[in-house]
Design a protein around this ligand. Sequence first.
Ligand SMILES: NC(=O)c1ccc[n+]([C@@H]2O[C@H](COP(=O)([O-])OP(=O)(O)OC[C@H]3O[C@@H](n4cnc5c(N)ncnc54)[C@H](OP(=O)(O)O)[C@@H]3O)[C@@H](O)[C@H]2O)c1
Length: 237
Amino acid sequence: MSSSPSSRVAMVTGSNRGVGLALARGLAERGLHVVVTARTLQAAEHTAAELRAEGLAAAGRQLDVTDPASVFRAVADTAYEHGRLDVLVNNSAVAIDRNRTLTQADMEIVKATFDTNLLGAWRCCAEAVPVMRENGYGRILNVTSHMGSLTGMGSNSPAYRISKAALNAYTRALAAEVDGENILVNAASPGLAATRLAYGSATQSAQEAAQGMLWLALLPDDGPSGGIFHGQNPLVP
Ligand SMILES: NC(=O)c1ccc[n+]([C@@H]2O[C@H](COP(=O)([O-])OP(=O)(O)OC[C@H]3O[C@@H](n4cnc5c(N)ncnc54)[C@H](OP(=O)(O)O)[C@@H]3O)[C@@H](O)[C@H]2O)c1
């Protein structure tokens, strides 16, 4: 069932800073009610209050994507309060194996990376899709990276790279599962953006990076699903 943007509810994981905050602000500027989430309730409420001070519709919720109970609570409370969850942006990620190689990998770091970057998104989708199904409408945007591209695969930051390649695969698989249900699932890479994760190597702001991805959270019913994009262009997986 289609709805006007002003009646839609969006949840963005890790939206207390960086690209996630820019995506949350961009969705709110387009009229959606945005659930800002962060690992601490204090950070989420602080950011939501900043957006409300700009005249935007936002509320804060605690959400740690590695904690199943936290994911369940954030989605269930949102669905209870609003009766819907229309847009889910899986933005949260860690990049914590920058100086590692595959042969020198610390498996605890590999596990932690997958727990956030792949399983975190998976957990959020598993809770959100049933709510979207109830309303016959859903848009899911998984924030990926050029570093997850199989064709451009390198060996530095291996856990981060492979987690993003797996997130791309998950995106395609989920899109196939919900095909025909008006739940469109896509992934997009922001490209290098000036955030804490990029360690100062970017020239593009988080806001500029978000602009190129917002369209996937706002797709018409006949929009693409199962795609991996950078801006409007397909990213070679
Ligand atoms: N910046 C780039 O150049 C670039 C390039 C390609 C892809 N990306 C992707 O863009 C997305 C956003 O990255 P960013 O650059 O904005 O990075 P960032 O500034 O480091 O932000 C990461 C966000 O993820 C949150 N997070 C980490 N672990 C979490 C968990 N367990 N549960 C919930 N939230 C968690 C962080 O929360 P805390 O504040 O609590 O740590 C923070 O809000 C990521 O998916 C990243 O892979 C970024």
